[in-house]
Ligand binder design. Structure first.
Ligand code: BTN
Length: 326
């Protein structure tokens, strides 16, 4: 009999009595009360208690569930998926897979978590990752020919994420170079690729995707950029996170499996069709340097094409951000 209380027992939002919970765990009612206080402190979830009725999570919560994810996978994705690890809490799903990458085969390993305590964004930023509200997932894959063949992979991932959202009924999502996911100009999600191994030979890549699904206001205070979430974009009816996770895997697993052979070329046109900044005046920030120009899409390597008074120049990844000119 498990002695630790799982939030799944309260996920439906209905009251469960302290005695009922205590009996199902084989512990005392005081132990249940203590565990619920601890869970509430760790997750930020409001757990209500009412005399004579017990405990409940008002409104319930939509927890990640491996059976629900597996049930919504395409046959191709199911074949490519080697393991699906769903955690209640982790520092970062990317960090978790990077740790595994150091010690064994990782191709097709997927990790998602209800909460990240040290979610990583690009440029050393924090990725705000409250419990059971958004989607945080990472996928590991192995490539034989080193980092050079991975040019443009993060852009292709952006296209795959937009397709997954479309398949869940969310159209009009756009991309911002290199790989922000935007809805009506505000950030809906982001992509973070990390690599380990031999940069000139066999290397392991972790593709991390974060999507704001139903961002709680309390957590949103920590976000330092213009953001939105899928709940807002879908008029208050976001898809279930398990369905969303499966939709992402249905797009991402075939993408990584075919990328070494095909490269970014086949993705370029699709990326440009989703480019929120095409033909727009922009300022590139590269460290202390700023360059004004017009965004002219991307080349076959995924470099941004920036038109300045010197002509059209390719701008390669790294720590560059793109903002509309004032
Ligand atoms: C960005 O800054 O735009 C990239 C954000 C990437 C966040 C995701 S959430 C899942 C994975 N784990 C992390 O720690 N980061 C990525």
């Amino acid at each position: 009999m498990p002695k630790t209380l799982s939030l799944a027992l309260l996920a439906d939002g209905e009251f469960r009595s302290g005695q009922d919970l205590a009996d199902s765990l084989g512990v005392s009612r005081t132990a249940v009360w203590k565990q619920l206080n601890k869970l509430s402190a760790e997750t930020g979830l409001k757990i209500e208690s009412a005399k004579g009725r017990g405990y409940r999570i008002p409104g319930g919560i939509d927890l990640l569930d491996a059976d629900a994810v597996n049930a919504a996978l395409s046959s191709e994705a199911a074949l490519l998926l080697s393991s699906l690890v769903l955690l209640e809490s982790v520092d970062s799903t990317n960090a978790e897979l990077m740790r595994h990458a150091a010690s064994g085969p990782v191709a097709g390993r997927v990790c998602s978590a209800e909460q990240q305590t040290a979610g990583r964004g690009r440029r050393g930023r924090e990725w705000v990752s409250p419990f059971a509200s958004n989607l945080y997932m990472s996928l590991a894959w192995e490539f034989e020919q080193g980092a050079a063949v991975l040019e443009g992979l993060s852009l292709a991932v952006g296209v795959a994420v937009v397709r997954a959202l479309e398949n869940c009924g969310l159209p009009a999502v756009q991309l911002k170079w290199p790989n922000d996911i935007l809805y009506q100009g505000a950030k809906l999600g982001g992509v973070l690729l990390e690599m380990t191994g031999d940069a000139a030979g066999t290397c392991q890549v972790v593709v991390g995707v974060g999507l704001n699904v139903s961002m709680p206001e309390a957590a949103a205070g920590a976000i330092d950029q213009d953001w939105t979430d899928i709940a807002t974009a879908s008029g208050g009816a976001p898809p279930r996170r398990n369905v969303l996770l499966a939709a992402l895997l249905n797009e991402l697993l075939p993408l990584v499996a075919g990328f070494e052979a095909a490269g970014f070329g086949p993705w370029r046109e699709a990326w440009q069709a989703l480019d929120a900044f095409a033909g727009t005046d922009v300022i590139l920030h590269a460290g202390p340097r700023q360059t004004a120009g017009v965004a002219r899409g991307v080349d076959e390597r995924g470099a941004l094409l920036l038109e300045t008074t010197l002509g059209v120049q390719p701008i390669y990844g790294g720590e560059i951000s793109l903002r509309p000119a004032p």
